[in-house]
Design a binder for this molecule. Structure first.
Ligand SMILES: [Ca+2]
Ligand SMILES: [Ca+2]
Ligand SMILES: [Ca+2]
Length: 472
């Protein structure tokens, strides 16, 4: 939603906008509450709960079992037992061009700003009065950079990074952008591959990544190289890949929930061509051949522990036997996609109880089906931010234990305001009992509910702006 330039006026009006937006979803919300009337738990009781040891860390569990004379310890299986190495793959470095596994989960994004970082002491001579600045994530460093359209010659789009942190750009490589697809809706320039030497000499190999700038609003960064090799498991050969997502020179950072976003697991990435079509196919969590790095890989029904070396050049496979716990969604009809440090899963069906490998999980997407008292069937889908909100964003399944959730209606309406790239965004979502978030739209008896409308009014009740919410 585009804001009027008078920010003070907008600020006064935004509160009214939220109220109107809340009213606009009144029907969906009241119906959702009706659908949830069979749930009698109060919000104070919302969220995850497990049987006896639900909140215990492994250390606390150990203390408790010791207090109980060690009997429990004997009954609780280990989260994972692994055998000897059955295969070792050696991987070589290959460029990330064309259809490659680094295109999907291994890119990072940063918004631009018009504010020049105080550390940048000089600028190239052809910088116009207004340029864009961005901090580039390289491992644990933020490298300042400038993007601008040159005031000279062909007025090329250019990029420079202060890779050595001395505040000077004159000593840095100049990257000239190539415009991608002139008929695109968005204006996208591609730069690079850009290389950044390690902060300390010899500490890590050079980081190298591709950069794209979209509409001058944001930049994305994806690895210029990844590692690829082959492994034979149970007599069958598989192509595999390891990807250093954050350019820190290490390839072995495991997934730890919560994820930063639905395409941002926040860890390094692993890929395996399970169907043998010579491509790493990307799909939803639990089905994709490109996945956040985890302890377990399921190949042809068997579990393996895949141990990636720090430099990504070798992967050791051991047969693994995970301990299993139970995931219980209280009889709700759900479709769940989860990332984990154990196994990535796609779970579906009524009954909603599953036996899953013990591990730390985060829900990436959720679809919930409810029926109201009139027999209408409602389908609610998680919003993009569900991976970072509520109890489902990060939880643990312990071996031999049950982790339970009570989700869905009655919903609360959660509104937010954000200001990005010179625009103001008003957003709202429906929050279920475990703090999980849904798009306010949905399906009622297979018919999509239109996105709610909004109006912004100022202090004199005059309409400043109006429109309809849109959800991707
Ligand atoms: Ca410099
Ligand atoms: Ca890494
Ligand atoms: Ca494949």
């Amino acid at each position: 939603m585009k804001a009027k330039p008078d920010w003070l006026r907008w600020f006064c009006a935004c509160g009214a906008a939220i109220l109107l937006a809340v009213l606009a979803v009144g029907e969906a919300r009241s119906l959702a509450e009706a659908a949830g009337s069979r749930h009698v738990r109060s919000r104070n009781n919302r969220g995850a709960f497990s049987s006896s040891a639900k909140r215990e860390t492994p250390y606390e569990m150990m203390l408790r079992t010791r207090r109980q004379g060690g009997t429990r310890k004997q009954q609780t299986p280990e989260p994972l037992s692994v055998g000897p190495v059955v295969a070792e793959a050696r991987l070589k470095t290959v460029p990330a061009t064309g259809h490659n596994p680094a295109r999907y989960l291994a890119f990072q994004r940063r918004d631009t700003t018009l504010v020049r970082p105080p550390d940048l002491r000089d600028l190239p001579a052809d910088v116009p009065a207004q340029a864009l600045y961005v901090s580039v994530p390289v491992g644990d460093r933020d490298v300042p950079a400038i993007v601008y359209r040159s005031t000279r010659g062909w007025r090329h789009a250019k990029l420079r990074l202060d890779t050595d942190g001395d505040g000077l750009l004159s000593d840095e490589t100049e990257y000239v952008g190539t415009r991608l697809g002139w008929f695109r809706v968005q204006t996208v320039y591609a730069f690079g591959p850009v290389s950044v030497p390690p902060a300390e000499k010899g500490a890590r190999p050079k980081a190298a990544f591709h950069v794209q700038c979209t509409d001058g609003q944001w930049l994305t960064f994806s690895p210029a190289f990844y590692r690829e090799g082959r492994v034979t498991l149970d007599g069958r050969r598989y192509k595999i890949a390891t990807i250093d997502r954050d350019f820190d020179g290490k390839y072995n950072e495991l997934f730890t929930p919560p994820a930063a976003g639905g395409r941002a697991p926040g860890c390094d990435v692993f890929a395996i061509d399970l169907d043998g079509n010579a491509k790493f196919d990307f799909g939803d969590a639990g089905e994709s051949e490109i996945m956040p790095l985890s302890r377990l890989v399921k190949v042809n029904g068997d579990y393996y522990n895949a141990s990636v070396s720090e430099d990504g050049s070798t992967v050791e496979f051991r047969r693994a036997t995970p301990g299993f716990g139970t995931l219980d969604f209280g009889g709700e009809q759900v479709k769940l996609r989860l990332w984990s440090d154990a196994e990535h899963l796609h779970l579906t069906g009524p009954g909603s109880k599953w036996r899953v490998p013990a591990g730390k999980y985060g829900v990436v997407s959720l679809e919930l089906t409810e029926r109201d008292s009139a027999g209408n069937r409602w389908v609610f889908r998680s919003s993009r931010s569900t991976v970072t909100a509520g109890e489902l964003a990060a939880f643990e399944v312990l071996p031999g234990e049950t982790t339970s959730f009570r989700i869905g209606p009655p919903f609360q309406v959660r509104a937010s305001l954000d200001r990005r790239g010179g625009k103001a965004w008003v957003d709202f979502e429906l929050e279920g009992r475990a703090g999980e978030l849904y798009k306010p739209g949905g399906d009622k008896n297979t018919t999509p509910i239109p996105e709610p409308t909004f109006r912004i009014v100022d202090g004199t009740a005059s309409v400043v702006d109006s429109g309809r919410f849109k959800y991707g």
